[in-house]
Structure formats: C-alpha cells, structure tokens
Design a protein around this ligand. Structure first.
Ligand code: SF4
Ligand code: SF4
Length: 424
C-alpha cells in the first residue's frame, strides 16, 4: 500500500441555508403552521450537508477536514463510510475504543479498517495508545502493529500517546526511540500527544519546548475559557482551569505543530439540544464557531454517534464567525448546565477528599452515562477506578463540599454516580 502525498479534498457542495429559506418564506401572510410545514419540506429537500473547509495541519503537509470523525462510541463501519461520503477525511481512533465501551465489544479500529481500507490514500488516520513510562519501545511497537493489523493498513498518519497527564510519558527515552524507529520503518508519519487532564498545560509546555510532537490533541471548549464567563455577569467564579491554553495553541502554531481539539461540545446531551436554538443557529454550531474563533486551532474532532448527529456536526463545517446569538445560546446552556459539568483538565477538588476519591474521574463516568448516553462504558470506566470511588456512598463529613470553583455540589453528584454505576 502506498502512502498518499496528501489526501484529496472533496469539492464543497453548496447547501441552501435554513436561514435564507426562512427569509424568503416568512411574512405576515404565512401562518405559523404553514411556516412549519414549509420548514420541514425545505429540510427534506435540502441537499445533504458536506464538509466545506479543509485546513492545513501544522507543518505536516496534511490537509484535513475542519470537523473530524471522533470514533469513541462509534458502533458501525456504515457510520464511518457515511461521514467519509460527506467529506470528512480525518478519522481519529484509539486502541482503547470498543463498540461497547472501554473493554468489551469490537475494536473500533477494526470498523475504521472495514470502512476505509479501499480509501486509505484519501484519508488521514490518527490512532492512540496509552504509552506509560514503564513501557519499553518493543511493547509500544507491538501495540502499534496490532492497531495496524486491526485497521488493515501498514501505517497510520498520526500516532499519539493517549491521555497524557505526566510530561515524563512524552520525554521517556523508550517513547522517543519508539517514535524514531516507527517513523523510520514507515509505520507512522507523525507523532504527538492527546490530553485532557489537570496537568495538560504543563505537559503541552514540556512537549512544545522540547519539540516532542508534530500534532497535539487537547480538550477545549467555551466552558474552559475565563474570557467567556467574564462576558456575562452571573454567579460564576472566575477561576478557570484552562486559562492560558490559547497561549499554548499560539506557541504550537509558531512551531508548526498541528492543533486538533476535542470535547468541544462541553459534554452536551446529544439528543437534547433542540431547545438551544436561536435565529437559525443551534448549540453545536455555536460551540464550533467559538472553537474556530481561535485562528491557531486547525481542526476539531467530535464523537459521531449516529448519522443524524453526524450530519448536524458536518453542516457546521466552514461556518466560523462567532456571533452574538451564538454567545446567547452558549450562555444559556452554561447557565443551565454549569453546576453539573465537571471541566476536563481541572482537578481543583481532588486534594479535598480524605478518602482519595478520584472525583474528576468519577464525574467523567457520570458524563458518559448521562450526556453521552453510554451506561455500559460508564459502568466499565467506574469499575476501573476501584473500590475507593464508592466511598461517597457512606461519607458523612463531605470535606469536598465547597472545593469546586464552579460550584458543583460534589457529594450529591458523586453519591448519585456511585448508586447508579457501582455494579456490586
Ligand atoms: S468537580 Fe469542580 S473542581 Fe472538581 S474537577 Fe470538576 S470542575 Fe474541577
Ligand atoms: S463525599 Fe466524601 S468521600 Fe466523596 S469525594 Fe466528598 S469527601 Fe470524598
């Protein structure tokens, strides 16, 4: 199998905007019922959404769709093909992802291979493995080779050390030697890290200062940015966990490192967003527009759960001007969800628990269950946290209360999570 010089960028397909339709058809003469019927008809007649923008990924020379395929939670190769047909050419996966959660079901990498084997030279594939300091290069190479076999390809474009939260994992001589060897053997083209933990910024500084990455993948959304909160005068605390992340994106851009972001939807419920609409804009569009208002971000990946959700995300491609109505939508979402949403990358509360409960990890499983609608994945993730996670069920002193700068009522949330996700 030959390597692509560069994946091709499908020709954008112009679509008729819903707003332009509304402008043409609304008016005093048209009653509300008629308008609804007309809207539905327009939606049915509209051509399918297509990716409209491709961006350079740092100095890799790769041109990738601005909206990429996040495969965590993907269950069918058909969905992967659907997104390819819509113009997505960037597919992100990981050794860890399974169709039924973290440890059961089919490897999602296999679905990627099933869907894309005959299109290999037209797509960019990124995969990830949790390479720890204790792993030697032979072990990591074995993992990469297993991933390649599952995807039925002889190389991945990008191979990332997955969920890095300790800088040593990136500067480990074994990781470094693995990267050099895998590149020399043509098994990977570019390397880097993904991260969403409390030490994300420290890890990014470490990696960028030492030129240890071609590409970085970071969690990033409007809920992590203090500037977003400062624009309205509600009760939110101004302490923000990812203050300064934009500096790191600018630093990456200066060094030619590709920047891809994830978790852009701030844990939004995938089936419950219709209430967040205003003047033709919706929640996903507003969240993407916020992300792309930072010129140093190359692309965003997002979990594609089904074709309807995927089409909604894809319709946001190339739509990058953040407007006042977008802010209103996000503000409303934050106002309603802020007291429940545990921010990726924050660990401000962890030292408050005398029982050692990994609070952010517990609340991430809660998000997988409640927001992502994946209770099996949540239960498996919860079980991996070990017995300590369930201490909240019987805790009386609740020392963590008040430790969250975002006013999350931690004991209430962690206790409810233990009740729902503990399997024994
Ligand atoms: S509960 Fe609050 S303090 Fe703890 S990690 Fe989540 S957002 Fe941060
Ligand atoms: S409720 Fe108790 S056990 Fe649970 S996180 Fe808070 S302090 Fe720890």
């Amino acid at each position: 199998m030959t390597k692509p010089s560069n994946p091709s960028s499908p020709t954008p397909t112009p679509t008729m905007g819903r707003r332009s339709f509304l402008r043409k058809t609304s008016g005093a003469a048209m009653g509300l019922a008629a308008l609804n019927v007309a809207q539905e008809a327009a939606a049915a007649d509209a051509p399918p959404p297509q990716i409209r923008r491709y961006r350079s990924l740092g100095k890799t020379g790769l041109e990738i769709s601005d909206i990429g395929f996040g495969s965590g939670g993907c269950r069918t190769a058909d969905l992967v093909r659907h997104c390819y047909d819509r113009g997505i050419n960037y597919f992100d996966t990981a050794e860890m992802y399974r169709t039924e959660g973290w440890s059961t079901g089919e490897y999602v990498e296999k679905l990627i291979g099933d869907a894309l084997e005959d299109k290999r030279d037209k797509v960019v594939i990124a995969s990830k493995y949790v390479a720890e300091v204790k792993h030697d290069r032979a072990h990591i190479m074995k993992q990469l080779e297993a991933s390649l076999r599952r995807m039925r390809t002889d190389y991945v474009d990008i191979f990332l050390n997955h969920a890095v939260n300790e800088p040593e994992r990136m500067s480990s001589p074994e990781w470094q030697e693995f990267v050099a060897l895998a590149k020399k053997q043509g098994k990977i083209r570019f390397s880097g890290m993904s991260g969403h933990g409390g030490r994300l910024q420290e890890c990014l500084d470490h990696v960028l200062d030492r030129d240890l990455a071609d590409v970085i993948l970071c969690s990033h959304n409007f809920g992590n940015d203090p500037a977003f909160y400062e624009r309205f005068t509600k009760h939110f605390d101004m302490v923000a966990n990812q203050k300064g992340i934009s500096r790191l994106f600018a630093k990456a851009r200066k060094k030619g490192v590709g920047v891809v972001v994830m978790k852009t939807q701030m844990g939004a419920k995938v089936n419950d967003l219709s209430v967040y609409q205003k003047d033709g804009a919706d929640f996903a569009r507003a969240a993407f527009r916020w992300v792309f208002s930072d010129p140093n971000i190359d692309a965003a990946i997002v979990s594609m759960r089904n074709k309807t959700v995927a089409d909604n995300y894809i319709s946001c491609s190339g739509d990058e001007t953040f407007a006042a109505r977008d802010h209103d939508i996000l503000e409303r979402y934050v106002a309603e969800m802020s007291n429940e949403y545990c921010r990726p990358g924050c660990d401000a509360c962890t030292s408050s628990c005398p029982e050692g409960v990994p609070i952010p990890d517990v609340l991430r499983q809660r998000m997988y269950e409640e927001r992502y609608g994946n209770p099996r994945m949540a239960r498996q993730g919860y079980a991996r946290l070990g017995a300590a996670a369930s201490a909240c069920s019987t805790c009386t002193d609740q020392a963590c209360l008040g430790s969250c700068p975002y006013n999350l009522e931690i004991p209430k949330l962690t206790r409810a999570t233990a009740r729902r996700l503990a399997t024994s």
